[in-house]
Structures are given as structure tokens and as C-alpha cells.
Design a binder for this molecule. Structure first.
Ligand code: NI
Length: 141
């Protein structure tokens, strides 16, 4: 058995709408704090999600885990719930949370790390979400 830990990453993409705002702020203050993302009429982003998983290489398969299996889990638990949806209103794991990319990364990390419990020695290392060409967020748990 090798004890080398290898990191593998799967990229997925989704489009979703959101609004960054606090109900206890005025529209003016929301605009001041959250900028264009506070638009009361919503807006969308083309998000790119990078899921990095870590674990030892299985000597039988040469894999940390089967990327096809990982992709299926990400699709079912994350992408299908977000794609073409309103993050504020329609995504169960974002209920009651500010729809920021930071919070999205934390919640996606938790959802996927729970799902990977059934795979021995494999866990989520990092969730990276690119919201725009120039902005991305990373969460390492
Ligand atoms: Ni936005």
C-alpha cells in the first residue's frame, strides 16, 4: 500500500441567479455594501466549480477515486440543484444564508464531504468557485 496522498480535481459549470442583500439594510445601503450584486430584480452568473478531492492511490485501480463517480455525485447533489436556479430562493442547502460565493463554497464543501463519507480514505480538500473572470473563492474546510 502506498501512503502518498494525491489530489484530484473535477470541474463543473452552472448558471444561477442570486441577489446579495440584507433585509435589515435599505436598498441604498445594500447597493453601497454589495454593489451590482444587490440588484433587487436579481441577476445571474456563469459559475465554474472546482472540486478537489484527496486520498491515497488505490493500488488496484491507480485511482484516488473514480472521477466518473465523483462527477455523478457533484451533479446530483450540487449542480442539478443550482443550475438555472435562484440561489436565494430555490437551493435547499443555501436556505437562510446570504447567497455569496463564500457561503456557497462552504455549503458545497459540507454537502460533498458528507457524501464522500462512504468512500474510505477520500475527502474533499478544496472547493473553488469562480464567479467572474476576476473573482474566485476557495474553502478548505
Ligand atoms: Ni452577483
Amino acid at each position: 500500500m502506498t501512503n502518498k496522498i494525491v489530489y484530484i480535481t473535477r470541474r463543473e459549470r452552472f448558471n444561477a441567479a442570486h441577489r446579495l442583500f440584507r433585509e435589515d439594510y435599505s436598498d441604498e445601503k445594500n447597493l453601497d455594501v454589495f454593489g451590482k450584486c444587490s440588484n433587487p430584480m436579481w441577476h445571474g452568473h456563469n459559475y465554474t466549480l472546482f472540486v478537489t478531492v484527496k486520498g491515497p492511490v488505490n493500488p488496484e485501480t491507480g485511482f484516488v477515486m473514480n472521477l466518473k463517480v465523483l462527477s455523478k455525485i457533484i451533479k446530483e447533489l450540487v449542480v442539478d440543484k443550482l443550475d438555472h436556479k435562484n440561489i436565494n430562493l430555490e437551493v435547499d442547502f443555501m436556505n437562510g444564508k446570504l447567497a455569496s460565493t463564500e457561503n456557497l463554497a462552504v455549503e458545497i464543501f459540507n454537502v460533498l464531504n458528507n457524501a464522500l463519507n462512504e468512500f474510505e480514505n477520500v475527502s474533499v480538500h478544496c472547493i473553488k468557485i469562480q464567479e467572474t473572470e476576476n473573482n474566485f473563492v476557495e474553502y478548505f474546510g
